[in-house]
Design a protein around this ligand. Structure first.
Ligand code: AMP
Length: 301
């Protein structure tokens, strides 16, 4: 079953209590693709980068089984840039800068061989581009999974609501769920958001794990506690990548199987926070990953 990811490929500037980097490979689609590669053999990427994007990074994506035929290069423009700073409590971060650059004029053209994908992952991205991606597919995928963030709620809410109405699984964090629903309680927020369209809703709660909602069913998974959290950037995207990677490889979209996907997603996100940027994700050992999945499964049962 094929997986198509439409999202950002970026350069990030990150500051956490453990250090600072000015320009490191990032982007929602980057984290999702790398994370999914630990569960699913291959994925197709649709995104855009500028002339400042180096070949070395494209090779890194390819090395993680990400098909880059749909990665557009705009030589005379700059790659999307985002920078953020974490507080001492790393559950809180401030976005310092978002430079859309190449994203401002990007149209997500879906290469012929990516058409007929069964799973469409709309990674965090401008909602108008997410809508175009859906429209540019010849047929509706079996499952549309969407991720977004407060930036788009602040700037393009009506487009975002339209994306959410076409979404099967929405993945957001608790603050975003409160903002989107206007509620202050997670269960009330979940009820309201499910009425906006998605049959499944996942609310991520940082170091407290994640909760899956569908109709009246609820499943909660704790996060895997790591010895040292160095940089939480991309943990949410990594979560989404493992979630969709598991669904794509098992071809089972039941609530039951989604609970397994959430456990894998929490386990995978724990590797992300152990290094700066994508570094924690580049060499995840199969055995360590399996152990973390088993630990979480035991805690839940
Ligand atoms: P997360 O920590 O899971 O929210 O993901 C952080 C990643 O999302 C970074 O690599 C950023 O490049 C990317 N990102 C930040 N802001 C946006 C945005 N407004 N749209 C799309 N991607 C973004």
């Amino acid at each position: 079953m094929s997986l198509l990811i439409v999202g950002t490929v970026a350069f990030d500037g990150i500051e956490t209590p453990f250090g600072k980097v000015d320009r490191i490979l990032g982007g929602s689609a980057t984290y999702i693709g790398i994370s999914a590669s630990y569960f699913n053999k291959t994925c197709n990427l649709v995104s855009v980068v500028g002339g400042d994007f180096d070949n070395e990074n494209i090779e890194l994506l390819k090395k993680h089984s990400i098909n880059c035929d749909g990665l557009k290069l705009v030589p005379n423009q700059k790659t999307f840039f985002w920078s953020g700073k974490y507080h001492k409590n790393m559950n809180k971060r401030d976005t310092i800068e978002t430079q859309l650059n190449v994203l401002e004029t990007f149209t997500p053209i879906i290469p012929e061989k990516y058409q007929n994908c069964s799973y469409l992952m709309l990674a965090n991205l401008m909602p108008s581009i997410q809508l175009e991606a859906i429209a540019n597919l010849n047929q509706k995928p079996t499952l549309i999974i969407t991720d977004t963030m407060n930036y788009w709620m602040d700037n393009c809410l009506s487009d975002l609501i339209s994306v959410i109405s076409k979404t099967d699984v929405l993945i957001i964090n608790d603050e975003e769920a409160f903002q989107l629903s206007g509620e202050k309680n997670i269960n009330n927020a979940a009820k309201k958001i499910q009425k906006m369209g998605p049959l499944f809703l996942i609310i991520k709660r940082g170091e407290y794990g994640a909760v899956l909602f569908s109709n009246n069913r609820v499943f909660s998974c704790p996060s895997f506690s790591v010895k040292k959290c160095i940089d939480p950037t991309g943990a949410g995207d990594t979560f989404a990548g493992a979630f969709i990677g598991h669904l794509t490889s098992t071809r089972d979209n039941s609530f039951e199987n989604m609970t397994h996907a959430v456990i894998r997603a929490c386990a995978m996100a724990s590797f992300c926070v152990e290094g700066f940027g994508v570094n924690g994700l580049l060499n995840v050992g199969k055995e360590t990953l399996t152990k973390r999945i088993e630990t979480l499964t035991k805690i839940i049962s």
